[in-house]
Design a binder for this molecule. Structure first.
Ligand code: CA
Length: 224
């Protein structure tokens, strides 16, 4: 899951990024409102973490402009302690939820996951595709009730496919999703990881869930 964090306090932004990455999110940071708005309008994110007091454009204005443009990405607002007015105003302007600074990290994660699920129309934390189930909260993956251990990158790709089940994702989309700017990546990295995933998810099953769409990319789909 890919999250844009718009927060100008560098230390806090770095902590949020690190914590989210440890929870298998892909994170992009942005430290001012105008740039944040540009990114949110032009790139696909599963959610946005939005601070209110920001240089160049405050969080409320960012939210206003996003919703005015019908960008429906779920937004979690960070508000200052005691800023009750901020919470109400944020929710009023189309924020999906808020956390109050200073916050406990597990709360941020739980709320973020909840707004992403709500937005995807997944009421429960389970995503299922035939006999494959992914529990977003506990990060457990099972096929036919047997638990499957995945590396963090395999898990990310699987969740990305599953949240878009039935839709074809191109290699570029997947590569961008798992891209780690600190490492050079091989051009075939997506194929490599898809192969790993297939070995773990589909090997030994007649019903193959991960499918190659020639010339387009990959998709995951089942019969139910
Ligand atoms: Ca701030």
């Amino acid at each position: 899951m890919k999250v844009l964090v718009i927060e100008d306090e560098k230390d806090l932004a770095d902590i949020i990024k690190q914590g989210l990455e440890e929870n298998a999110f892909t994170v992009e940071l942005c430290n001012d409102g105008e740039e944040g708005l540009f990114m949110a309008e032009n790139y696909p994110y599963d959610a946005i973490v939005l601070d209110i007091m920001l240089p160049t454009m405050d969080g409320f204005t960012v939210l206003d402009k996003l919703r005015a443009k019908k960008v429906k990405v779920p937004v979690l607002v960070l508000t200052a302690r005691g800023g009750m007015g901020d919470k109400v105003r944020g929710l009023d302007k189309g924020a999906d939820d808020y956390v109050v600074k200073p916050f406990e990290f597990p709360e941020l994660i739980a709320r973020l996951k909840a707004i992403i699920r709500r937005n995807k129309g997944e009421a429960s934390p389970l995503i299922s595709i035939d006999d494959l189930t992914i529990d977003i909260n506990s990060r457990t993956v099972k096929r036919s009730d047997k638990e499957i251990k995945l590396s963090s990158r395999e898990y990310k790709i699987l969740v990305y496919l599953a949240l878009n089940k039935g839709r074809v994702l191109s290699r570029d989309q997947i590569a961008e999703y798992i891209y780690d700017p600190d490492h050079e990546h091989e051009s075939n990295i997506v194929d490599v990881y898809i192969n790993f995933l297939r070995n773990r998810i589909d090997k030994g099953h007649d019903n193959k869930l991960i499918q190659t769409v020639r010339g387009e990319g990959y998709t995951i789909k089942g019969n139910r």
